[in-house]
Design a protein around this ligand. Structure first.
Ligand code: ATP
Length: 647
């Protein structure tokens, strides 16, 4: 058999891959050999950390390709991969996908080749090269969405947690991934349009483009729950980024143990934006107007500060709009400064810092502060709001209705804090003290956040920017967002750009068509999704014996490759777990925990029960139906919800 030019080219690519792996190993060995001979412990620690991060960045993962593309320009060419690799002489062997030049790999097309003569995409199996596909952009030809390698990538069976998409980021996704650090973007995207993927890749891109700045300030990823967090947690490390905080939204407010629960109507009040005003009042009503002068005895002296001076000390501090506890210290400093001036006039000399500290702690001054700017504790203040009827009425008046304010009342003197309370305690803490924030925060499934939860995130991104990801049609919380402008306002970024993604990479066309039937009933204005996938299987199976039919559906699903999930109303899950069992391939997923996840084959058990289980049941069903990557089986003994029937 004669060797074709494609075989020769593939062999050369194999060789380049092997050489690149060797070069990466060399880079790693060199970094390992660097010894920290820093003078002090702190510098040694900092250097050690930088080295640890760099080593993580240099890790070669045998199961992922080191490069996935190649760009041929007129007189040079580059391989594009997960990270930068250079040979012993420092010449580039692989360009990082985030480098400015790599942008052409994602953006060039027949209409605008951006100087690229040919774009090559590689097919891989694990870490092994299996083939490639060339697009002669210079000749005005591209494959666009009909690329075989793109199709294989999005149709490949899913196993385990989410993977990166660096090899096949689409132009509209790339625009979002590479938007500038200072820009807050809000992505409204139908199910499976790659919102989560875009958010994680944007984090990785920003860490590359603004390494120093973001290493100092940090990047935070916030998701809806711990199942989702463990599903996405490996994506950034595979991209070489290990120094990112990834937490579920409830974990942001863990300062207090959660021991209580709220009735739904109480939780709704606590999550309402008006609580910000209530708590603001609750804090600031503690500041009083000094109504007398102060006499401060010190040794043989008696210093006097007049009422007017004290009054000014308070009002000038208020005008600075500092956090409450910082303001208290500022008033203390102003009072001490007033006395220092008298000492200077009397003695002609300025007393030193120790005197200042001692004077600041003087019991007359502390007594004055305790009266007109008392120290506050977030938990105690919230407890007072719940237990002191007079205080509550005063701070809620004109903001909450009386029945709403009454919902806050606690029957016991020491209320057990609920999840909503942790959010309120965080709000109070933010009023009391300065909060340190992150340089960039990615918030996923943001449509489910309450106004008060948005403010938790706003406090952590005050001096940074946000990537807000979500789908209004998938909003299922009682306080779900109705429009993104409002969420952005609560998130502290009212001018963020709202952008839509509509090309679906997960859900096959037939399945998305079924789910789209629900859209008119979801009471929300969103663009419908269009699927890139024409493969897939959809079956709707009416039955009189659902247990048997489900077991049969599971057995059939196991005949295919990939993950299988039975998704059912939460109440049905324990029974289904007993009946069907769970293992590496099969998960039984409560409908309320399915958001953000995906499985090759989804079997939906009794849609009517999923809809009936909660006020936002139809939206829950929309979420559940759109978890399917390749095949969807709907098993029902009760009639299907009317909204799911063809118009
Ligand atoms: N450009 C792409 N190339 C290949 N796969 C992609 C691409 N974009 C997205 N995907 C894949 O499509 C699936 C859906 O992506 P993702 O979970 O990010 O979507 P989503 O918009 O967050 O969905 P949902 O709203 O349903 O949670 C994932 O498996 C992801 O890897």
């Amino acid at each position: 058999m004669t060797e074709t030019s494609t075989d020769t080219a593939l062999r050369a690519e194999h060789d380049h891959l092997t050489a690149s792996r060797d070069a990466l190993a060399r880079m790693r060995t060199r970094t390992e050999a660097i010894t920290d001979n820093a003078g002090d412990q702190l510098t040694a620690w900092a250097l050690g950390r930088v080295r640890m991060l760099r080593l993580a960045d240099l890790a070669d993962r045998p199961d992922t390709p080191l490069f996935f593309g190649r760009l041929f320009f007129d007189d040079e060419d580059f391989h594009i991969g997960r990270r930068h690799v250079v040979d012993a002489a420092g010449n580039p062997m692989v360009l990082d996908w985030r480098a400015p030049l790599s942008r052409t790999f994602y953006q060039a097309g027949a209409r605008n080749p951006m100087g690229v003569q040919r774009r090559r995409r590689f097919g891989f199996q694990g870490g092994t090269l299996t083939g490639f596909e060339d697009e002669p952009l210079g000749e005005g030809v591209d494959l666009g969405e009909s690329s075989r390698i793109l199709a294989e990538e999005i149709e490949r069976p899913r196993v385990g947690p989410m993977r990166d998409i660096v090899a096949t980021i689409q132009p509209e996704q790339d625009d979002l991934v590479r938007s500038p650090l200072a820009t807050t973007i809000c992505v409204q995207g139908a199910p499976g349009t790659g919102k989560t993927a875009v958010g994680l890749h944007r984090a990785a891109y920003l860490l590359y483009a603004h390494r120093e700045q973001l290493r100092r300030s940090g990047v935070l990823i916030v998701g809806p729950n711990s199942a989702f967090m463990s599903y996405i947690q490996n994506v950034l490390p595979t991209l070489g980024e290990v120094d990112v905080t990834q937490v579920a939204v409830d974990e942001l407010t863990t300062g207090v143990p959660v021991r209580g629960t709220d009735m739904p109507e109480t939780a709704s009040v606590k999550h309402d934006a008006r609580m910000a005003e209530v708590l603001h009042r609750a804090v600031w009503r503690h500041v009083g107007e000094p109504d007398d002068s102060l006499m401060i005895p010190e040794g043989g002296w008696r210093w006097r500060l007049g009422e007017e001076y004290l009054h000014r000390a308070v009002t000038e501090t208020l005008a600075e709009e500092l956090p409450y506890s910082v303001g208290r210290e500022r008033v203390r400093a102003r009072v001490v400064a007033g006395i220092r001036r008298q000492v200077e006039i009397r003695s002609g000399d300025s007393p030193g810092e120790p005197w200042g500290r001692r004077m600041g702690r003087h019991k007359v001054i502390t007594g004055f502060l305790d009266r007109f700017w008392p120290a506050l504790d977030a938990k105690k203040l919230l407890t007072r709001l719940y237990t002191d009827a007079e205080f509550r009425a005063a701070v809620c008046e004109g903001v909450l209705t009386e029945p709403e304010a009454e919902l806050l009342a606690s029957r016991t003197k020491t209320p057990r804090f609920s999840l909503a309370d942790t959010v309120l305690i965080d709000e109070i803490t933010g009023l009391l003290d300065r909060s340190t924030g992150f340089g960039h925060v990615v918030v996923d499934e943001a449509q489910d956040l309450s106004a008060m939860q948005c403010r938790v995130i706003a406090r952590r991104s005050r001096h940074g920017s946000l990537t807000v990801l979500g789908d209004l049609a998938q909003g299922t919380s009682p306080w779900t967002a109705a429009d993104w402008r409002e969420s952005l306002r609560h998130l502290g970024k009212p001018d963020g750009d709202v952008v839509a993604l509509t090309t679906g990479f997960r859900v096959p066309a037939d399945v998305i068509a079924l789910a789209n039937r629900l859209l008119p009933s979801l009471k929300v204005e969103v663009p419908a999704a269009r699927s890139l996938r024409t493969d897939g299987l959809l079956e709707i199976v009416p039955t009189e014996s659902p247990d048997t039919t489900l077991a049969e559906a599971v057995a059939r699903a196991r005949g295919y490759e990939g993950s299988v999930a039975v998704i059912a109303a939460d109440a049905a899950v324990p029974g289904l777990r007993d009946a069907l069992g769970e293992d590496d391939r099969l998960s039984i997923v409560p409908a309320t925990e399915a958001k953000g996840l995906e499985f090759d084959h989804v079997i939906v058990a009794e849609p009517a029960d999923i809809v009936a289980a909660e006020p936002m049941g139809l939206r829950r069903l929309y979420v559940v139906l759109t978890r399917a990557v390749s095949r969807l089986t709907v098993v029902h003994s009760a009639p299907l919800p009317a909204a799911l029937l063809p118009a």
